[in-house]
Design a protein around this ligand. Structure first.
Ligand SMILES: Cc1cc2nc3c(=O)[nH]c(=O)nc-3n(C[C@H](O)[C@H](O)[C@H](O)COP(=O)(O)OP(=O)(O)OC[C@H]3O[C@@H](n4cnc5c(N)ncnc54)[C@H](O)[C@@H]3O)c2cc1C
Length: 498
């Protein structure tokens, strides 16, 4: 017989959604809260560990200044627009092609401001994104994504900074955290969940609990599930984040009768350096400079509209555009002018790995493309630009090409001012969109539509996104639904004890 332990609330997972859920459960009154992380401590923390953890939220300018403790004088030098709840909802609905559950959109957006403030109250320190400097002013131009948790120390990415901050808060509140503790089963069924089975450092045991919150991430690091759900050769795809997001908790929940939702045949995938490692490549290999130049496939042809919108609204689907090319390879070409014009802030940075040469033909040869094909495509592109429209880096300028397939909708500029660069890229999977259904209280829903008593969820394991994603919504989703999961789990436990 396996040992049986008891808790009020058990959290399955060790990433940001798990920490936020655990802190909320404690804060809202649960006594014994245990967080179970499958990974050893040295590899713990899920995807946030590899990320810049920017947060998208609805704010006005006073909110932004106050949440980041920026003085009135310093804030006077910041050029930034407010981001309303209406804009946030419109962005979600547009990029998901209207497929998101309207109730989930409402909760995610309407809670975002309060949840960011709640996180500050818990102890999270927020800072402004770096933006870029121009004429003594600091420009923050990516609507809605202007904050991230403070970077705590030398060499520490913001992701680790955020996790460390949540970890400290969780410890202060008394959350018990266990590493090397893989959840291998649920106790109960769709009529009610009463606990989990754990494979821990000392063997198997059970935890009986008043509520269980699942925050075990997506299935992006599982090649079998990638092949099954994401299409041809997705099993070979490179993964940007944690190796531990292998989807077994999601499989257990589906077997239990949980209602699947979200876009199972896709996920968040961005262009990353062609030489990136196959897993845990993080933000250093992001290659998001494509809106400024042209993007060619292995035949030297353009294959998507690089200027459809700011990369914050296209990067999460551009990884797929690259992945679907022959050999899952593509090439970002540009010249010294597009390089200068591209924004410099870290996530969209100008990579050291760009290859430079005095001619496009030379570059084509270096990366194994047909120099004549590259020359012909770029000549045709240069000739198709409507030069009557002025170029403006800081907004969608409508400076487009005419008569190409595909056309470039914004920021079209002749690639003609040497030296020239090329950046070989491939697709990098960030997280998957297929997952479990929840309601506004973060309760997990069974096939048929009823909530499963005692079971809550947050994070990448939720199936809420479709097609594409506005940058930095994942962390906000974790916080909003993690806070609700923790609060409702604590309330359920309190009710059972009353
Ligand atoms: C490079 C990169 C950059 C990103 N940048 C941003 C950004 O700036 N802003 C943003 O909003 N989003 C960003 N994201 C996405 C965001 O990081 C994720 O959406 C988010 O971290 C998911 O959090 P999560 O807690 O749901 O899952 P994860 O962080 O993936 O955590 C899942 C956890 O569950 C554990 N686990 C899995 N199975 C089990 C099991 N059987 N038992 C126990 N534990 C288990 C795993 O070990 C892991 O700790 C980025 C992602 C990456 C990879």
């Amino acid at each position: 017989m396996a040992e049986v332990q008891h808790a009020d609330v058990v959290i399955v997972g060790g990433g940001s959604a798990a920490h936020e859920s655990a802190v909320a459960a404690k804060y809202y009154g649960a006594d014994k809260v245990i967080l179970l992380e499958k990974a050893p401590e040295s590899q713990s923390g899920g995807n946030a560990r590899f990320s810049g953890t920017g947060f998208r939220w609805a704010f006005d300018l006073d909110d932004l200044r106050e949440i980041t403790d920026t003085s009135v004088e310093d804030f006077a030098n910041v050029v930034v627009k407010p981001y309303s709840a209406e804009l946030f909802k419109a962005d979600l609905n547009r990029v998901s092609q209207g497929r998101m559950d309207p109730e989930i959109v409402d909760v995610l957006v309407d809670d975002s401001n309060m949840a960011i403030k709640w996180a500050k109250e818990m102890g999270i320190e927020w800072v402004l994104q770096p933006g870029f400097e121009k004429n003594g002013k600091r420009y923050l131009t990516s609507a809605g994504v202007e904050i991230h948790p403070r970077n705590l120390g030398d060499g520490m990415t913001n992701g680790l900074s955020q996790l460390k901050q949540w970890d400290t808060i969780a410890e202060r509140l008394g959350v018990e955290k266990r590493y090397d503790s893989k959840v291998i089963g649920f106790i109960g069924d769709e009529l009610g969940i009463e606990g989990v089975r754990v494979n821990g450092p000392d063997g198997e045991y059970e935890i009986r609990a008043g509520a269980v919150i699942v925050a075990a991430g997506g299935f992006q690091a599982n090649p079998e599930m990638r092949a099954k759900y994401l299409g041809p050769n997705a099993d070979l795809m490179k993964v940007r984040g944690s190796r531990h997001n292998t989807g077994e908790v999601l499989k257990m929940l589906l077997a239990l009768g949980v209602m699947p939702s979200g876009h199972w045949q896709t996920g968040h995938a961005t262009p990353i350096d062609g030489t990136a490692p196959i897993v845990e490549s993080g933000d250093d290999v992001n290659r998001y400079i494509y809106p400024w130049g042209v993007s060619l496939d292995v035949n030297g042809k353009r294959f998507f509209d690089e200027g459809e919108a700011e990369s914050a609204y296209t990067y999460a689907k551009t990884g797929w555009a690259v992945q679907r090319q022959l050999m899952s390879r593509a090439f970002w070409f540009g010249d010294s002018r597009t390089w200068e014009q591209s924004p410099t802030f870290p996530l969209w940075h100008r990579p050291d790995t760009a290859i430079w040469a005095d001619s496009l033909e030379e570059l084509a040869q270096i990366v194994g493309l047909d120099p004549k094909a590259v020359r012909a495509t770029i000549d045709e592109f240069n000739a198709a630009i409507d030069t009557s429209i002025p170029f403006n880096r800081d907004e969608r300028d409508g400076r487009h090409t005419v008569g190409l397939t595909p056309d470039k909708s914004n920021w079209a500029q002749a690639i003609e001012k040497g030296p020239f660069y090329v950046i070989p890229v491939t697709g990098g999977l960030t997280f998957t969109f297929g997952g479990v259904t929840i309601n506004r209280d973060s309760q997990v829903i069974a096939v048929g539509g009823k909530p499963i008593p005692g079971l809550f969820a947050s994070g990448d394991i939720l199936g809420i996104f479709f097609h594409n994603y506005p940058a930095m919504t994942g962390q906000t989703r974790n916080l909003v639904f993690g806070r609700r999961a923790g609060q409702n789990a604590a309330a359920l436990v309190a009710k059972a004890m009353a």
